[in-house]
Write a protein that binds this ligand. Structure first.
Ligand code: OGA
Ligand code: MN
Length: 320
């Protein structure tokens, strides 16, 4: 089942310059209490904050009442990336966790208030019939519902009724920007739209697959879960990841306000076990600039030759 994966909204992804702008969300993601045991994988645990620089976020400038020193430092030194909770989350947790495990889980990512607004919007989209059956690029001979049982909607984040989803996107963008240059050797400068997905709870899931098996440009998968009171023993719906070359399985419960990040390529085959209650998640894929440009080049060549679009090519167009 490695060939099956969702189509992305490749041509709709916002340019890198837009990443991180327009967030209405407050600062979130405190590091205290971090450390998640996910199946057999014990993810990196962080308990302390790094030492704050004098004159930083909470530094004292009492010996410089005019603040001239601080202003000068600001002109001269680049801002401390660890000055904000999200900067610390990025550099002290996400980066080491991804580079070591290739999978990273952050609970309580946005907090109760914004999480609830996002859930309300997703429920609204569902009620108003905005979801369509999830699509597969290949495996057309197989009845898709037996492979992939979700329904999806693509969202840019500015649409009416999607502003909180836009805040989520801005928060994840900011996190990715704060990881910039440190996630493997990737050069992340763009992403897909957000794919809002609903498994209706009829016992369907998504068979084992790899998101990006053929180099379509996607390097990092970020999934934000929205399900309160999720009990996997009753509701199923666990995401199982089988990291390549390791004899462990990561069992990820799709719980409310959890952010999951993993490499999109063949290092992380995964499957959604059958879900017996409505299960909501929002996925954003981030692109490596070079791999993306190469994939687009291949697609354009194929189009010029009038060839049947390859599965990768079809992905370039995306459903939106
Ligand atoms: C996907 C997928 C996992 C999940 O949509 O490609 O693997 O937990 N989703 O919803
Ligand atoms: Mn997937």
């Amino acid at each position: 089942m490695e060939e099956s994966r969702p189509e992305d909204a490749a041509l709709g992804f916002p340019p890198c310059q837009r990443m991180g702008r327009g967030s209405q969300a407050r600062e979130a993601c405190p590091l205290e209490g971090e450390g998640a045991a996910v199946g057999g994988l014990l993810l990196l645990a962080l308990t302390g904050h790094p030492k704050r620089r004098r004159g930083g976020e909470h530094g004292s400038d009492n010996d410089d009442p005019a603040g001239e020193g601080a202003a000068k430092r600001q002109r001269e030194a680049p801002p401390d990336p660890r000055a904000s909770p999200s900067g610390r989350l990025a550099l002290d947790y996400v980066v080491p966790c991804m580079n070591f495990y290739g999978i990273c889980v952050k609970d309580s990512f946005l907090g109760e208030v914004l999480g609830a607004r996002i859930l309300a919007e997703v429920e609204g989209l569902h009620r108003s019939g905005k979801f369509r059956d999830g699509q597969l690029v290949s495996q057309r001979a197989v009845a898709p519902r037996s492979i992939r049982g979700d329904q999806i909607a693509w969202v840019e984040g500015w649409e009416p009724g999607c502003r909180a989803i836009g805040d989520l996107m801005a928060n994840v963008d900011r996190l990715m920007l704060q990881c910039a240059g440190k996630l493997g050797t990737y050069d992340i400068r763009g992403r897909t739209k957000a794919m809002v997905a609903c498994y209706p709870g009829n016992g369907r899931g998504y068979l084992r697959h790899v998101d990006n098996p053929h180099g379509d440009g996607r390097c990092v998968t970020c999934i934000y879960y929205l399900n309160r009171h999720w009990d996997s023993k009753v509701h199923g719906g666990i995401l199982q990841i089988y990291p390549e070359g390791r004899s462990v399985v990561a069992n990820i419960e799709p719980i409310f306000d959890r952010l999951l990040i993993f490499w999109s390529d063949r290092r992380n085959p995964h499957e959604v076990k059958p879900a017996y209650a409505t299960r909501y998640a929002i996925t954003i894929w981030y692109f490596d600039a070079k791999e993306r440009a190469e994939a687009r080049g291949r697609h354009q060549q194929a189009q010029k030759k009038g060839a049947e679009p390859s599965p990768e090519g079809a992905q370039e167009n995306g459903p939106t």
